[in-house]
Design a protein around this ligand. Structure first.
Ligand SMILES: Cc1cc2nc3c(=O)[nH]c(=O)nc-3n(C[C@H](O)[C@H](O)[C@H](O)COP(=O)(O)OP(=O)(O)OC[C@H]3O[C@@H](n4cnc5c(N)ncnc54)[C@H](O)[C@@H]3O)c2cc1C
Length: 483
């Protein structure tokens, strides 16, 4: 039986990102992916939000995506546009980039890092014991792994086989989504009921068109048909605009469910396998990629025996609340999008509220992931928050914080006098960087914060400690997070 340190079930956005993170840490990882190629059926995610672009920037690969998509103010809440151009980040925008383009670019990176992908193969079961997991594959073969991560999407076999509860709300509404050719020019734009019609090629306009239509019924048996699409178009627009053909037709609902636990022994869940919710706000792919970045370095350290298994519990502790918040805000967005007059009145008031700076900043920071704050206890406001991408001056010349994170290793950034801390016990895994930064430290929502003399940055870009190098908490934080 072939052995690997980590087997990832599912090579979608989450599985690919996790594989990249593990490979950067030198972990022997393999992806098992049901699809024969990286092709994505249908449209799915339409882009990246600010924090995801930052996370990719932390690995030095943001430019690959930025050059393939279109930077824009894409953030919105229930169709209410939220401009983040005044946010303190280099990426104060979103990126319009279809998932079908996102995945191959990410897969290329994973390929460069040497991760094998077993394509056209499925995980069909597993059994875990004290030392590892036997992972059963289609075709009557199996793999042995120390850990198995289910990145296998909303219908996750791994989650079900692990017996992890998927609690939440059943769907209340169903939408049809399709890419179509029409003989007539349709009315382009969002509809009050949450759907709308728009050109697939957002730069050039024209057909084919993407349509999203609220359906009359929630329950359906079988795949959506052309007739159902035509019917839904006529119901909403009074015409089918000479609907000629559909490149694909799909359906989604507002089901909102979350795994009760992101870990069961040697089995972990990430991405849609751990949380499903309506696509409002475009947070699904983004949350999965960020789950992967939170989990990757922790799992690597546990596999390397740098850290005890209990480090993996911080993955659930940190990411479950983030996922719960996404479910919560998408439920609110769906409710706000109800097409009746009372909800329209509520939406008008929300629109007015969100035109004010403070509410806009709060909600936009939540949706973009820029305000994520892991509860690491009391201390400097940076603790548990994302490290800003400061411009730095080092002995080797100018650099910036995110560049220091490209190899996914922790960094102790000293902005005071060099010396003053003995990094020797951690020297093989934590990089001490002496640097200078001239300028203010500004965080999303919080605004300006006092500049700490030093800061310990985790590989996911979150701050594990901030203070003076003489602080007795520093060795404790280093030991807690990095063994
Ligand atoms: C209509 C629609 C619109 C959306 N819009 C947005 C948006 O605007 N923004 C956004 O961020 N998100 C959006 N999403 C959500 C986004 O597509 C998902 O959140 C994202 O794909 C999750 O990535 P994942 O890797 O966790 O799961 P998936 O993309 O579902 O990937 C799971 C992978 O696992 C494979 N797999 C499944 N079972 C097995 C198995 N047993 N063995 C091996 N492989 C297996 C599958 O083939 C698949 O490749 C949308 C989704 C839909 C349906």
């Amino acid at each position: 039986m072939t052995e690997h340190a980590v087997v990832i079930a599912g090579g979608g956005p989450t599985g690919l990102m996790l594989a990249g993170e593990l490979a950067l840490a030198g972990i022997d990882v393999v992806i098992v992916e049901r699809r024969a190629s990286q092709d994505v059926d249908g449209s799915r995610a339409g882009g990246l939000l600010s924090r995801t672009i930052e996370v990719l920037d932390q690995r030095g690969i943001a430019e690959r995506f930025l050059s393939a998509g279109q930077v824009a103010q894409v953030q919105g809440f229930a169709g209410i546009r939220l401009d983040i151009s005044d946010f303190p980040t280099r990426h104060n925008y979103g990126l319009a980039l279809w998932q079908s383009r996102f995945e191959p670019i990410l897969a290329d990176w994973v390929g460069e890092l040497g991760v094998p992908i077993l394509r056209g193969r499925e995980v069909v079961g597993f059994a875990q014991d004290d030392t590892g997991v036997d992972v059963e594959l289609s075709g009557d073969t199996s793999l042995r792994a120390e850990y198995l991560v289910g990145c296998d999407g909303g219908r996750s076999l791994i989650r079900k086989a692990a017996g992890i509860d998927f609690a939440g709300l059943d769907p209340s509404t169903s939408w049809l989504i399709a890419e179509v050719e029409m003989d007539e020019e349709p009315e382009v734009g969002m509809r009050r009921e949450g759907g709308g019609i728009g050109p697939v090629n957002r730069l050039e306009g024209g057909g084919p068109f993407g349509v999203v239509l609220r359906e009359r019924h929630v329950e359906h048996t079988g795949d959506p048909s052309m007739d159902e699409l035509r019917e839904a178009l006529v119901a909403v627009y009074g015409t089918d605009y000479g609907l000629r053909s559909a490149n694909w037709i799909s359906r989604f609902t507002d089901m909102a469910r979350q795994a009760a636990s992101y870990r069961h022994g040697r089995v972990l869940l990430a991405g849609d396998a751990a949380h499903v919710h309506p696509p409002q706000g475009g947070q699904g792919l983004n949350t999965g990629v960020q789950d992967a970045v939170n989990l990757g370095w922790k799992l690597a350290q546990v596999v390397n025996k740098t850290s005890p298994e209990s480090l993996l519990d911080t993955y659930h502790a940190e990411r479950h609340p983030v996922g719960a918040r996404v479910l919560h805000n998408t439920m609110a967005a769906v409710a706000l999008s109800s097409p009746d007059d009372r909800h329209q009145a509520l939406r008008d008031i929300m629109t007015e509220l969100l035109s004010m700076d403070e509410p806009r900043r709060r909600i936009a920071a939540m949706l973009s992931g820029l305000d994520i704050h892991y509860d690491l206890g009391d201390g400097h406001p940076l603790l548990g928050r994302r490290m800003p991408d400061l411009d730095l001056h080092t002995a080797d010349g100018p650099t910036r914080v995110f560049t220091l994170l490209h190899d996914a290793r922790p960094v102790l950034l000293n902005l005071g006098e060099p010396g003053g801390f003995d990094i020797t016990p951690w020297a093989n895994r934590v990089r001490l960087v002496d640097a200078r930064h001239h300028g203010v430290w500004e965080l999303p929502v919080l605004g300006e914060v006092a500049a700490p003399p030093a800061v310990l940055i985790r590989p996911d870009g979150h701050v594990a400690w901030a203070g003076d190098l003489a602080d007795p908490e520093l060795p404790r934080a280093l030991a807690r997070w990095f063994g």
